[in-house]
Design a protein. Structure first.
Length: 426
DNA sequence: TCTGGGGTCCTAGGACCC
DNA sequence: TCTGGGGTCCTAGGACCC
């Protein structure tokens, strides 16, 4: 009797060129045309349509370096619009949950799903049905890879990306070695630049070769994560599906500046703003922070100016999410690490040691704390209704000369009535 | 001129203790 | 004068992911 009928089946659903697909949804004219989406500050290219990839535009390439190709080929360029992408991402995830409520939302454009309850025979068809439903309901094209482990489903997905059907299943294939042999080592999930260098030095150039390396060798020469990767390539699940959303452990807000910043006052405003955002974010998740880190740096690409980078951390006496306390701490750190004569390119704030607000030991809590909490809540509510920074702190400044550049925004806001696409009746 | 942002986990090494 | 060894905890830095 065969028991392979209901083997473990993990699907990885990945949206194709997600940010580009989002922009295309509201702008049919750019379908089948080369399109790229830029990172914050219009710095790097972070999403490319297939047509743009075919032109040789690379992922993560600085925009200014690709500008020639872009102009010559009439590539459509967009600044990133994260509220739009976030909204569409939630729609995609909601659609996926109809097939199995236990999904792991792995990133803004990816989710893992356990499909073990379907039989080996029907699994590829199930994949196609999921793909079609997401496309129909949200307009977002996806690729789906299905295999026994997460790492293998990543590989299946990699193959699916190049297929017309968009779905690849490795389930029920007796020997997958010929498939793994064609996967370059740097395309394996968990193998980055450093590990690629290391493996290649030891004659491991593809996924099959890694699969066949001994665990003890890998563990000794690398670490447990690497041996887990190898085990997963052998079809033994080592990385669990994380279907319950775990509380985050830290919260970072950092930005590059639209223009270099030299004055303490401007830098202070920027840091205060990041601090307000971070504090609001953790309040919305009912978390408090044990410590705060502030960092500043000049551009690492302009060595002739001399590179300066520094950071410092302060522990709070009592864990907090109060903006007044976090901003005060952040500014005092900044006074410490600010160095005159530098052209700052980036700064950021990190709230760490996050824990549940309710568990905060309140030996010292007082009526004053209660008042501040209420003040924070009403600030959040106002800002939620009327837009961020309707209510702010004086230290956050008003002019914001350091603000990001976004020269190519599509200005689509799915939460804003007036930016809905207009349809002209002819 | 112009080079993103936000996470997690692991490890090595230092401090400290008995 | 001689100056152990093992354990824990913390932190900074690095590697990885998208």
């Amino acid at each position: 009797m065969s028991s392979t009928q209901f083997t473990k089946k993990i699907a990885l659903i990945d949206c194709n060129s997600f940010y580009v697909s989002c922009e295309r949804l509201f702008n049919p004219k750019i379908r089948k045309k080369p399109v790229v989406v830029l990172s914050n500050n219009d710095g790097c290219i972070i999403s490319r349509s297939n047509e743009a990839k075919a032109l040789g535009i690379k992922m993560g390439e600085p925009y200014f370096k690709a500008k020639n190709i872009i102009i010559k080929n009439n590539v459509h360029v967009f600044s990133s619009n994260y509220s739009l992408y976030g909204d569409l991402s939630r729609r995609v995830m909601r659609t996926l949950k109809r097939f199995n409520s236990d999904i792991e939302v792995y990133s803004i454009d990816e989710a893992f799903m356990d499909l073990s309850n379907f039989s080996d025979k029907e699994i590829e068809e199930v994949g196609k049905e999921i793909r079609n439903t997401v496309l129909q309901w949200t307009g977002i094209p996806t690729s789906i890879g299905i295999a026994k482990t997460k790492t293998l489903s990543k590989i299946a997905n990699h193959i699916a990306k190049k297929k017309k059907s968009g779905v690849t299943s490795l389930i029920g294939i007796e020997n997958i070695d010929p498939i793994l042999e064609k996967i370059e080592i740097n395309d394996v999930w968990g193998v980055g630049r450093q590990l690629t260098k290391f493996y290649q030095k030891h004659g491991v150039y593809n996924a099959k070769q890694l699969k066949n390396k001994s665990n003890t060798w890998i563990k000794k020469c690398s670490n447990v994560l690497s041996s887990r990767t190898a085990m997963e390539l052998r079809g033994i699940p080592c990385i669990d599906l994380e279907t319950t959303q775990s509380k985050r452990k830290s919260c970072v807000v950092s930005r590059s500046f639209g223009k270099r910043v030299e004055h303490f006052q401007e830098l202070k405003e920027a840091v205060a703003n990041y601090c307000l955002n971070a504090s609001e974010k953790i309040r919305s998740e009912n978390l408090v922070a044990k410590a705060i880190t502030v960092f500043v740096r000049t551009s690492p690409f302009q060595r002739n100016f001399g590179y300066y980078s520094n950071s410092k951390t302060i522990d709070f006496p009592i864990a907090t999410n109060n903006s007044i306390e976090t901003v005060t701490a952040a500014v005092s750190i900044l006074e410490d690490i600010f160095r005159h004569g530098c052209r700052y390119q980036k700064a950021g704030v990190m709230l760490t040691g996050l824990s549940n607000e309710n568990n905060k030991e309140n030996l010292f809590s007082s009526e004053k704390d209660e008042k501040i909490n209420r003040l924070m809540r009403s600030m959040d509510n106002t800002n939620y209704r009327y837009g961020r920074s309707t209510l702010s702190l004086a230290s956050a400044g008003v002019y914001k000369k350091w603000n990001m550049r976004r020269d190519h925004s599509s200005k689509i806001d799915t939460a804003d009535f007036y930016s809905l696409p207009r349809i002209k009746a002819t």
